[in-house]
Write a protein that binds this ligand. Sequence first.
Ligand code: NAD
Length: 337
Amino acid sequence: MNVTFFNTKQYDQQFFTQVNEEHGHELQFLEVPLNAHTAVLAKGADAVCVFVNDRVDAEVLHQLAHAGVRLLALRCAGYNNVDLSAAALLGLPVVRVPAYSPYAVAEHALALILTLNRKTHRAYNRVREGNFALNGLMGFDLHGRTVGLIGLGTIGLVTARILKGFGCRVLGYDVKDSAEAQKIGVEFTTLDSLYAQADIISLHCPLTPQTHHLINEAAIAKMKAGVMLINTSRGAIIDTKAVIQGLKSEKIKYLGLDVYEEEGDLFFEDCSNKVIQDDVFMRLLSFNNVLITGHQAFFTSDALHNIAQITLQNISDFEQGRVLTNAVPLPAATASR
Ligand code: NAD
């Protein structure tokens, strides 16, 4: 298969080229993101491979189909950036990497929790300047604290296991039951009761119309004073402006973000020589109890290897007419084209 990759970095090219030795596809790596202006570059490709911030809307999908593309391969788990109804109407299958390393993301969520709590990011700078004062660095024992996980799928479950190892009480909310979660000792509860009891809340649900701005002013009002909020899932699950109000009123005492609702204009790029125009993002950065990483939770060598392996296997399965085990379910295409 001829596969055109959009939005690639040197590390994508390295892992995909290496793993492709077992698959033998023709890979073309582009650095530009996929959008209505760049879709034309897919001409001649059988499959297009995209990442989290490529906007695969109806217009882009029409252009891809028109260019002869027969498969959309996401090299990520989430698919909120794809217009699935348009893909269904075009008969364009969409495949993804449902789980490449839940450990990578869960461990990063823990890194955010531990850093915010013990303030190691601030201690690192202080010690380098010869300042060994402890004022402002006081944390709390994680052991015995209550953590609420919203979303108990692959990543939520790994996070629950790690937190249990720390001796935390783990509450969980999900739209589905999970026997696995109960086996680990997660206590299922309602969202309201999770908000009322959790010292730390970590988001592990997908971005859907139901979870868009799930964490809004009303939800924050129900949380414990001094709560820690962690989001390694998708930015728009949080209403950023409401969270800023929560930080200003000190209802939210710690915020750890790996994702941000307007990250598409910032993340994965070096903006250090530019003036960042996003005032909401800059306000977030001004709080010393906010820790932001640029969508790097997935970024381990193990995860990148698995992403390349599963994506290329998805493409090989399509080429050889096998069942697409990692196909994203498309809505029934009832409308006329
Ligand atoms: P998953 O599909 O295994 O689990 C998601 C869980 O969320 C499921 O159990 C589902 O039932 C639940 N859910 C769905 N709607 C819900 C709702 N309204 N309220 C509560 N729970 C709901 O997905 P996963 O592999 O665990 O990944 C979770 C999310 O993490 C992905 O959707 C993706 O957005 C994000 N992610 C981020 C990174 C990163 O680098 N930051 C990497 C991978 C995944």
